[in-house]
Design a protein around this ligand. Structure first.
Ligand code: CP
Length: 369
C-alpha cells in the first residue's frame, strides 16, 4: 500500500489516513473493509494469486496442498442480510484453503434476543474464531467492527462482505479481476504477470441502473481510480445517479466521466458494461416502481450493436435488466464473475493469513514448465 493512497478515502469520517492505517498492517490489508485499501500493485498481485489458486486447485495434489494452508484457523460467516453468491463463495474459499467455518445468518437464534448487544455478540465470536466475514445492512458497521476488534486483546481480521449501501470490496475485487482477465492476453504456463499492462487505457466502461444505492458500483469505482486513460459512463435515472462522493473521488483522480440517463444510445460505443438491478429494498415509499427501467436494460435486440469484445458484467442477482438470451453470447461474463469470486476470495483470505508466499512458491515449483 503506497502512503499516498492513504489520503484517498473520501467517505465521511474525518482523518482518512488514520482510517486506512487502522485497517492495514505492514502496508497490507489486515481487515478488508474499504476498496480504497487496495492500490494497483495489490490488485494485480491478487489477480495473479487468484489465477495460481485456480491452477493449483485443478489437480488432486494441488487441492490437497491448498487444504493444508489454513486447516489450523477458523472462520465465522456472520451474514445477517440475505446473500447467495457472497456467502457461498466465501464458504467455498474457506473449503479450498482447508479453513473450518461456521455461520450466523439469523439473529433470532443468538443471545441478541436476550438483550446482548451486537457489539458484544461480535466480541464473543472473536474469541472462538480467527476471521469474521460479515454482511450487514448498516453502512459503516464493518469499519466500526474492525476498529472494535483492534481494541480487543485478541485482534482478528474482519472482511466486509457487503455493508449497507456503501461498500462491497470483495465483490469489487472479483469484478476488476473479471474485467482484467477478460482483457489480458491468455496466460502462458510460465505465467509472467498478466495484469500489469495498462489494460484499461482507452476503454469506455458504463455502469447502468440504480447507481445511488448499489454498493458494488461504488466499490468498483474506487478500484478503477487506480487506473488511468479510461472513460466511465454512469447511466442511471437522475434520482438514482452515482453519489457525489464517488464523483469527487473520480475527479480527484482525473478520470474522464459522463452522467447519462439512457443506455441505449451508447451501448455500441462501450467496451464493458456493468449492469445492476433496482435496489428497491431501500425504497421508503415504493418510489422506484415509477421508474422506466428499460432505459437501463439490455435486450436481445440490442446485441447487434455490441462490440465483439464487449464485456457484460452484473454482480447479480438479476431481474429483467439483462435478457436471458444474452447469457449465451460470448460477451456475457456474469457467470465468470460468480466463479472468479471464489478464487479471488480464496486469494484475499490467503493474503490476510500470509500464506500467499507458500502458494506462489508451490505454483512456481509445480505448475510452470
Ligand atoms: N453479488 C452479491 O453480493 O450477491 P449476493 O447478494 O447473492 O451475495
Amino acid at each position: 500500500m503506497h502512503t499516498s493512497d492513504a489520503a484517498d478515502v473520501s467517505q465521511p469520517g474525518g482523518d482518512t489516513a488514520h482510517r486506512l492505517s487502522a485497517l492495514n498492517r505492514n502496508d497490507r490489508p489486515f481487515h478488508v473493509v474499504l476498496s480504497q485499501q487496495f492500490d494497483r500493485p495489490t490488485i494485480e498481485q491478487l489477480c495473479q494469486l487468484s489465477d495460481m489458486i485456480r491452477s493449483i486447485a485443478s489437480t488432486r495434489q494441488g487441492t490437497q496442498f491448498l487444504r493444508t494452508q489454513l486447516s489450523h484457523r477458523r472462520a465465522m460467516l456472520y451474514f445477517i442480510q440475505p446473500s447467495t453468491r457472497t456467502f457461498l463463495s466465501f464458504t467455498a474459499a474457506c473449503q479450498i484453503l482447508g479453513m473450518p467455518h461456521n455461520e450466523v445468518r439469523d439473529r433470532s437464534t443468538s443471545s441478541e434476543v436476550k438483550g446482548e448487544s451486537e457489539d458484544d455478540t461480535i466480541r464473543v465470536l472473536s474469541q472462538y474464531f480467527d476471521l469474521i466475514i460479515m454482511r450487514h445492512p448498516a453502512e459503516g458497521f464493518a469499519e466500526h467492527v474492525a476498529n472494535m476488534l483492534n481494541a480487543m486483546p485478541r485482534t482478528i481480521p474482519l472482511m466486509n462482505a457487503g455493508s449497507g449501501k456503501d461498500q462491497h470490496p470483495t465483490q469489487a475485487m472479483l469484478d476488476i479481476y473479471t474485467l482484467l482477465r477478460s482483457l489480458a492476453e491468455p496466460g502462458t504456463k510460465r505465467s509472467a504477470p498478466r495484469y500489469t499492462a495498462d489494460l484499461l487505457a482507452g476503454k469506455t466502461i458504463a455502469f447502468a441502473g440504480d447507481l445511488k444505492r448499489g454498493r458494488t458500483v461504488r466499490s468498483l469505482a474506487y478500484l478503477l481510480c487506480r487506473y488511468s486513460g479510461m472513460r466511465l459512463l454512469f447511466v442511471a435515472p437522475p434520482e438514482l445517479q452515482i453519489g457525489d462522493d464517488i464523483i469527487e473521488y473520480i475527479e480527484k483522480h482525473d478520470i474522464e466521466y459522463e452522467k447519462l440517463d439512457d443506455l441505449r444510445p451508447v451501448i455500441g460505443d462501450v467496451n464493458a458494461v456493468y449492469m445492476t438491478r433496482m435496489q428497491d429494498e431501500w425504497d421508503t415509499a415504493g418510489e422506484s416502481g415509477k421508474i422506466d427501467y428499460t432505459r437501463y436494460s439490455l435486450t436481445y435486440e440490442m446485441a447487434d450493436q455490441f462490440k465483439d469484445h464487449l464485456i457484460i458484467m452484473h454482480p447479480l442477482p438479476r431481474r429483467l435488466e439483462i435478457d436471458q438470451r444474452i447469457d449465451h453470447l460470448p460477451q456475457a461474463k456474469y457467470w465468470d464473475q460468480v466463479r472468479n469470486g471464489m478464487w479471488m476470495r480464496a486469494a484475499l483470505i490467503a493474503t490476510i493469513f500470509d500464506c500467499d508466499t507458500a502458494i506462489r512458491e508451490h505454483y512456481y515449483a509445480y505448475y510452470t514448465y
